[in-house]
Design a protein around this ligand. Structure first.
Ligand code: ZN
Ligand code: ZN
Length: 133
């Protein structure tokens, strides 16, 4: 299976070899500012399943995380916990066809803007869901 996506100008393109999982809306202030949007929807794929097919994303380290932007036009594309994290997050809105990937939960509601309306049919969390150990 191949799912394609890329930046607004077409200079950076990527392919996902598996369907993104763990679909979340993140309302944290860092996502908000980095995308210039009220919140950002993310999905995760194993690092090996993300292949850049055109262009070279620019990595920016901030708050001990790595955010990747299209070097050509600045579209926010990816998020990594670290250089060697097993999973990499993809901005669902940069997919060519994001419609199939509805969010499953909303996180960081403590940073949510007051005029953003939360979908009450999905679970939401003030910060992040507690990790099962
Ligand atoms: Zn671009
Ligand atoms: Zn966030």
């Amino acid at each position: 299976m191949e799912i394609t996506g890329g930046c607004v100008c077409g200079g950076t393109r990527y392919v996902l070899k598996s369907r993104p999982i763990a679909l979340i809306d993140c309302h944290c202030i860092d996502c908000r500012r980095s995308a210039g949007a009220p919140y950002v929807q993310w999905g995760s794929v194993p690092r090996a399943d993300l292949v850049i097919t055109k262009g070279e994303p620019r990595k920016i380290s901030y708050a001990n995380r790595i955010r990747c932007f299209a070097a050509c036009c600045g579209t926010h594309l990816f998020f990594e916990d670290s250089e060697d994290s097993e999973m990499i997050d993809v901005t669902i809105a940069s997919l060519d066809d994001p419609a199939a990937f509805a969010p499953q939960k909303a996180i960081w509601l403590e940073d949510k803007l007051p005029w953003v309306v939360i979908d009450e049919s999905i679970p939401s969390f003030q910060t992040v869901p507690k990790k099962k150990s």
